[in-house]
Design a protein around this ligand. Structure first.
Ligand SMILES: [Zn+2]
Ligand SMILES: [Zn+2]
Length: 180
């Protein structure tokens, strides 16, 4: 794919810089999540998660990262992965998608990368704080949902294709049989 070969990886790090990471392909989608779990975990009004196949996420580290299971608004749970030294949360895996997709906390991106990522979709806006006004976001084409959404109606065709390929790689042959 031509687009992939010219893609400049997004990069980021934790606060102490013990862990740096790269996204080797463009994000599949970027969520801005206004759920109360994200508010509590970030100490802020929302979290920005940019999603990529785990195979396209590379953490550069010398020690294992710290993984902590926490609740999620969907009820399926979330494993938050943190730097073992400064404990900044770098990314998550959600129960629904398992480990196939990595939800990178976009606030941990480097300065040059951060502005290349913006929300495609705002989710769990039923618990959004009042002073966050999304009218400008809607005008820019971002989608707004009170809770979660159906990927088939929101993700780009290219992203859906990449996600299906990631799933197929993880569930070889026998899964295909039962699918037909
Ligand atoms: Zn750190
Ligand atoms: Zn959330």
């Amino acid at each position: 794919m031509a687009a992939q070969s010219t893609y400049v990886p997004l990069s980021g790090s934790c606060a102490c810089k013990a862990i740096t990471y790269s996204l080797l392909a463009s994000p599949l989608i970027t969520h801005c999540c206004h759920c109360t779990n994200c508010q509590r975990e970030t100490g802020s009004a929302f979290a920005i998660n940019t999603v990529v196949e785990t195979s396209n996420f590379k953490a550069h580290q010398s020690t294992p990262l710290t993984e902590i299971d926490t609740p999620s608004a969907s009820g399926k749970g979330q494993a938050i992965v943190r730097c073992p030294s400064c404990l900044v949360a770098l990314y998550s895996h959600y129960g629904g998608a398992g480990k196939l997709l990595t939800f990178v906390r976009a606030g941990t991106l480097d300065d040059t990368s951060r502005n290349r990522v913006r929300p495609d979709v705002h989710i769990y806006t039923k618990t959004k704080v009042d002073w966050v006004d999304l009218t400008g976001e809607e005008a820019q084409g971002a989608k707004i949902f009170e809770e979660f959404y159906d990927a088939q109606t929101v993700w780009s065709e290219a992203s859906l294709k990449r996600r299906n390929e990631a799933m197929a790689d993880a569930h070889p042959k026998d899964e295909e049989k039962s699918g037909e």
